[in-house]
Design a protein around this ligand. Sequence first.
Ligand code: BMA
Length: 372
Amino acid sequence: MHRIVLIIFLAGAVIFGAWAAFEKTESTSDKEVNQAESGALINRLEKLNGSGILFGHQDDLAYGIGWKYQSGGKLDSDVKRLTGSFPAILGWDLGGIGTDKNLDGVLFQNMKDLIIRGDALGAINTLSWHPFLPNDATSSWDTKTKIVKELLPEGKYHQAFNDKLDEVAHFFSALKNKEGKPIAVIFRPWHEMNGSWFWWGAKHCSPEEFKGLFIYTVDYLRNIKGLNNLVIAYSPDRMFDDKASYLTWYPGDAYVDILGVDNYHDFTENGDGPEAVVNRLKLVVDIASAKGKIAAFTETGSDKLLDSSWYTQKLGKALYANDLTKKLAYVLVWRNRDKEHFYVPFEGHPAQQDFVEFTNRKDVLLLNDIKK
Ligand code: BMA
């Protein structure tokens, strides 16, 4: 009798031990795989940086001038129509998450499919977020209420904010490739915070509140929701002239992988001019390099391309102004809504040739240039 009890006990111990060891290796290797996801994208961006600057376009696969992606249909792209290649960087926006369409009319289901299809082709996806207020207002530009601190723990809308982040996390966790592995993407929340046009902007919260919001967002997605496929970008708008002003809203090295800048205005007549674009890019690269991080021109463009040589004469000259600016990992231009609002030219537009010339540069990288 005793022997039987002993045998059962020993057998149980062996099974438990094996199970515990299995559990351990499972979770250790899961963790390594997970860290590898965002890490691999960072490595890839760093590696590609030696060959040139990646070119990106917002909503590129979703719609363009005179066409719109149909679920499951053939891929199209205004960049490809002119150059023969999709862009290397695909920009998307999560504003409106929780409903069926984003703020610019892209069905989230299509966005998900297109991110997955783009990734399979070798492109890199970046997502910004123009969130709606989690109270009764419906847009990022609604600045009536100072709401940022109400989103943080103890705040009136904290639970509503968590619910929003759950929706964001749900979207990110659905980004899986054919092998079922999570797809790493660049996430660029709370952009242009040094302007005051968005409710998280400079006049609507203190830098400390802003940092709290940024840190909470990244912590929640990474630690509470367990997402390991996010490479995080920090991207103020153009209003900075030194390191301190650039870093006023910076949440800290632990929360940021890419240091960026959004700048449309300095290319226009009312802005500070092309030298200011270059100086600000240089500053971003300098700050990023000192931190061992990636630098990027996270948003720019010339709406309607009234200056038909904007790509070679303005953007190209700024990107390749000097050894610092050349270290930018990528540049993203905004969306092609229609003939009244677009940033990439279309067939027959006066800027067509210039755009093709710009993208033909050896150091401007489209998808065809970076395919694995
Ligand atoms: C702006 C414009 C708008 C758009 C918004 C968010 O610059 O392109 O049409 O809704 O960005 O994408």
